[in-house]
Write a protein that binds this ligand. Structure first.
Ligand code: KIV
Ligand code: ZN
Length: 513
């Protein structure tokens, strides 16, 4: 019997982006969107257009670029948000407006300060405003997991009458348990009189580590859309991880009466791209996309796998895109080969000038590192977009770092601040520490260093080091990234990148606050 379709709705660029420090530029969103399209994601939530002009532009750019997936934007249930969202997505081949309002007693009383009947009225109005732009409208009762089921039935029936075509049930605070959440979906489908007119969707957060389990319980009870993110990125503990949902459903077709349309071989490239762009590394033991997810270390396991793979393997590494990484280019590769490989990776550079700059950077890298892999190209392009933002407040001009056994490490840096060159030197416990101290003595940011992490992009001692630096100041948290074959230089670049983000003060509105 033909399986029903399970719609995969990716919200990496909206809910994922709400993680402190995970904000993405328009170009970065375009790269992620193209990878999601290549992976055959059904719907891409590209952002929250009312948050800022930058968010609006990014959603509009994604809407114009993507042809094979629905492009959606998020809007609170007010006229301005819905209008901004409708305007941002209206050029998409398949646009969707996703509007929401909180329905739990605690959110209605303490956050919205609205009576339940006002909330219903506002939700219905929002759906009607959205109809000016598209017939594809999604409605979410925020914090549904802690809402009263009678009230949920009432508001959902009303929004369906008003024209909503997808009803999404969020467990906003990750509070529910799988049995309970599955039962909620089943009861809503049974009790809402016009429930057959919509697709039922779920959106689970991972505060108790149950986002995937709750989503799958919902699917077993009739949900036919799952909202999820690459690597489980998202607010606080994150959202349900796309790769886990897709592979659980694919691997356990004996249990599920539906399947997704996802090209699973694109999962690992998507995971790497998102980790690379956001600077949120993937833990080694993360299911499906962690470096150890398919590594059989114990002798007894290895012996079993050699005799017959299915003794310990329930999925094949190559089916999710492991091992697809190729030696792609080298020192002698020309401009056309470089351009072609970028195109194959879904990276479109906007002008010949950017291509030339990226090619020059590629040649420099190939001089230091003879084998260039896809991961190197992703890092190179990310670095290119980081360093070529016009009018960056701080720029790293040069760095000298010295370390010697028995000597206190030393660094001298030259940085421009608003175009003016400044130099400083410092000593520290290591060359990175000394470099950061020297930079800080110039910029005097007073920011607190929350995280410093180094990851090798590929294997070998000539690999590029990819550094993430997380800084906090005045309630804001930003992540900076830097990549270089010299990890001290990569660290200084990451620090400067984070300082620029702090300085830009580009504060965006969070839809749920
Ligand atoms: O977690 C949540 O409730 C959301 C909604 C806006 C869908 O992100
Ligand atoms: Zn959410």
């Amino acid at each position: 019997m033909a399986k029903e379709k399970l719609i995969i709705f990716d919200t990496t660029m909206r809910d994922g982006e709400q993680s402190p420090g995970a904000s993405m530029t328009k170009e970065e969103k375009l790269r992620i969107a193209r990878q999601l399209e290549r992976m055959r994601v059904d719907a891409i939530e590209a952002g929250f257009p009312a948050a800022s002009d930058g968010d609006f532009d990014a959603v509009r750019a994604v809407a114009k670029a993507i042809k094979d997936s629905t492009v959606c934007g998020l809007a609170r249930a007010n006229e301005n948000d819905v209008r901004r969202c409708g305007e941002a997505v209206k050029h998409a081949a398949s646009p969707r407006v996703h509007t929401f309002i909180a329905t739990s007693p605690i959110h209605m009383e303490k956050k919205l300060r609205m009576e339940p009947s006002q909330v219903v009225e506002q939700a219905v109005k929002a759906v009607r405003w959205a109809r000016h732009y598209t017939d594809n409208i999604e409605f979410s009762p925020e914090d549904a997991g802690r809402s009263d089921i009678d009230f949920l039935c009432r508001i959902i029936e009303a929004v369906i009458k008003a024209g909503a075509t997808t009803v999404n049930i969020p467990d906003t605070v990750g509070y529910t348990l799988p049995e309970q959440f599955g039962a909620l979906i089943r009861q809503l489908r049974e009790r809402v009189p016009n429930s057959h007119k919509v697709i039922w969707s779920v959106h689970c957060h991972n505060d108790l580590g149950l986002a995937v389990a709750n989503s799958l319980a919902a699917v077993l009870n009739g949900a036919r859309q799952v909202e999820c993110t690459i690597n489980g990125l998202g607010e606080r503990a994150g959202n349900a991880a796309l790769e886990e949902i897709v592979m659980a459903v694919r691997t356990r077709q004996d249990v599920f009466s539906c399947d997704t349309n996802i090209d699973t071989a694109q999962i690992v490239p998507a995971s790497r791209l998102v980790a690379n762009i956001t600077g949120f590394p993937v833990q080694p033991n993360k299911a499906i996309v962690g470096a150890n997810a398919f590594a059989h270390e114990a002798g007894i396991h290895q012996d079993g796998v050699i005799k017959s793979r299915d003794t310990y393997e329930i999925m094949r590494a190559e089916d999710v895109g492991w091992g697809a990484s190729k030696l792609v280019l080298g020192k002698h590769s020309g401009r056309n080969a470089f351009r072609q490989r970028l195109q194959d990776l879904g990276i479109v550079l906007e002008s010949e000038e950017t291509l030339n700059a990226a090619f020059k950077r590629f040649k420099d890298l190939a001089d230091k590192k003879h084998e260039i892999f896809d991961e190197d190209l992703h890092a190179l392009i990310s670095q290119e977009s980081i360093e070529h933002v016009e009018n960056e407040h701080y720029e790293l001009v040069s760095l000298l770092a010295h370390s010697e056994t028995g000597e206190e490490p030393y660094a001298r840096v030259v940085v421009t601040e608003d175009g003016a060159e400044k130099q400083a030197e410092a000593r520290g416990s290591g060359p990175v520490d000394a470099s950061f101290k020297a930079i800080e003595s110039i910029v005097a940011s007073g920011a607190e260093l929350l995280l410093y992490s180094v990851n090798s992009i590929t294997t070998g001692t000539d690999a590029q080091g990819e550094v993430t630096v997380r800084l906090a100041k005045g309630g804001r948290i930003v992540n900076g990234q830097g990549a270089d074959t010299d990890i001290v230089v990569a660290s200084a670049k990451a620090y400067i990148n984070a300082l620029n983000k702090l300085h830009s003060k580009l504060d965006r509105l969070n839809p749920q606050v």
